[in-house]
Design a protein around this ligand. Structure first.
Ligand code: FAD
Length: 362
């Protein structure tokens, strides 16, 4: 049977590879790193890679029905999140009709990335590690209709001229004490970043990231977040690192895109990410499936893709409004969003989550 190439062994690439294999193709995945790890990367200071917990609205049983992959063993229900909006604290509890989950990302055995990798190997997908595609020539060497799922890494955007914005970060990581009973997810929205900062913990590992799109963080911001986290929550990390988080396809109103150049795109590279709160796990799984479908059924896949990302532009405009009106726009939006949450929670499943890429499709 014909061989298909998938570039990138992250959530979208692995989902696409498993689905193509099930359709009977030989599948080879090319991955730049020496193993699985998704968005995790080497920090400039050495070999340490960052491992994170991503929070996402998700209905695992519906994802399973759509993608053919039961991700539930790698998902942990998330019952609440704590939010600090310009100093005001909100505790948001997620009732049953707000299905929120945490997934570990990175190269440890319990991560969603590793879970999908094990499934892919069982299905007979072949992997080639240490194959970073960097130049136009590297991409030209791929067969037409190869699937590109290279996530937040910049090479594919640059070579294929997909508009992007850079993301700058400050990152701390450590293990949680066994007795840790604090919130699993804490978000900070404040005047120091027009995005946000977050702490998350899963399976004994904890990480915190302050990040900002488009322009580097100020020195004041880099001092503020570690101090604030220690003061509010007693959470401290031995070291903090400046991190090149990567790039996001939010440089243009015309994203997302399923077909580009000679290729099929999936996951973050395809723009399957909510531009405001960056829910991308869901979109990566759904568009991984759609990318596999696009190999044989491009028109049907295109319809699916458009529907999966129907609210992207609305969300993009929200994002622009927050940037233009920053900081008070962010203050009003975050306080209203989290303050009114108990009122709209009963309708979240039906209405509020429509902006999550893929939500409407599955
Ligand atoms: C700051 C931040 C916070 C986020 N928080 C959340 C969250 O809480 N919840 C959520 O749902 N989403 C979150 N996201 C989004 C989420 O991380 C992504 O949507 C998700 O990882 C997308 O999966 P993917 O398969 O597209 O890419 P990835 O999982 O990143 O996989 C890409 C793979 O491609 C490989 N690769 C890259 N370039 C090349 C190349 N040139 N050649 C070969 N291989 C290559 C990489 O090594 C990697 O293995 C966040 C994003 C950011 C930036």
């Amino acid at each position: 049977m014909e061989e298909k190439i998938v570039v990138g062994a992250g959530l979208a690439g692995l989902t696409a590879a498993i689905n193509l294999r099930r359709e009977g193709y030989e599948v080879r995945v090319l991955e730049r790193r020496d193993g699985i790890g998704g968005p995790a990367r080497d920090l400039p200071t050495g070999e340490l890679t960052y491992v994170m917990a991503d929070g996402t609205p998700m209905q695992p049983e519906r994802i399973a029905a759509y993608t053919g992959i039961d991700v539930s063993p790698a998902c942990e229900p998330l019952e609440s999140a704590r939010v600090y909006s310009f100093g005001k604290r909100f505790d948001a509890f997620f009732p049953k009709n707000v299905p929120a989950y945490l997934v570990e990302r990175g190269s440890r055995q319990a991560s969603l990335d590793m879970y999908l990798y094990r499934l892919a190997v069982e299905e007979g997908v072949r992997f080639e590690f240490n194959v970073p595609l960097k130049t136009r020539r590297d991409f030209d060497g791929l067969p037409p209709r190869s699937i590109l799922a290279t996530g937040l890494f910049r090479e594919a955007y640059q070579v294929l001229e997909i508009p992007f914005v850079p993301v700058y970060g400050l990152f701390g990581q450590g293990m949680t004490d066994e007795g840790y009973a604090g919130p699993k997810v804490i978000l900070y929205m404040d005047r120091y970043t027009w995005d946000y900062a977050f702490f998350s913990t899963i399976h004994g590992i904890a990480g915190a990231l302050l990040f900002q799109r488009k322009r580097p963080l100020s020195e004041e911001a880099k001092r503020w977040f570690p101090e604030q986290l220690a003061r509010d929550e007693g959470i401290e990390f031995p070291e903090w690192y400046e991190l090149d988080v990567g790039v996001l396809p939010m440089g243009s109103f015309s994203n997302p895109r399923l077909f580009h150049d000679r290729f099929i795109l999936a996951g973050t590279l395809a723009g399957a990410q909510d531009p405001v709160l960056l829910f991308g796990v869901h979109g990566a799984l759904v568009t991984g499936k759609i990318a596999a479908m696009a190999v044989d059924r491009p028109e049907e896949a295109y319809r699916e893709f458009r529907r999966a990302n129907l609210f992207w532009r609305m969300s993009y405009l929200n994002r622009r409004a927050i940037e233009i009106t920053f900081p008070w726009g962010l203050k009003v939006a975050s306080r209203a969003g989290f303050g009114l949450y108990p009122l709209y929670a009963p309708f979240a499943l039906r209405y509020a989550f429509l902006v999550v890429p893929g939500w409407l499709r599955i």
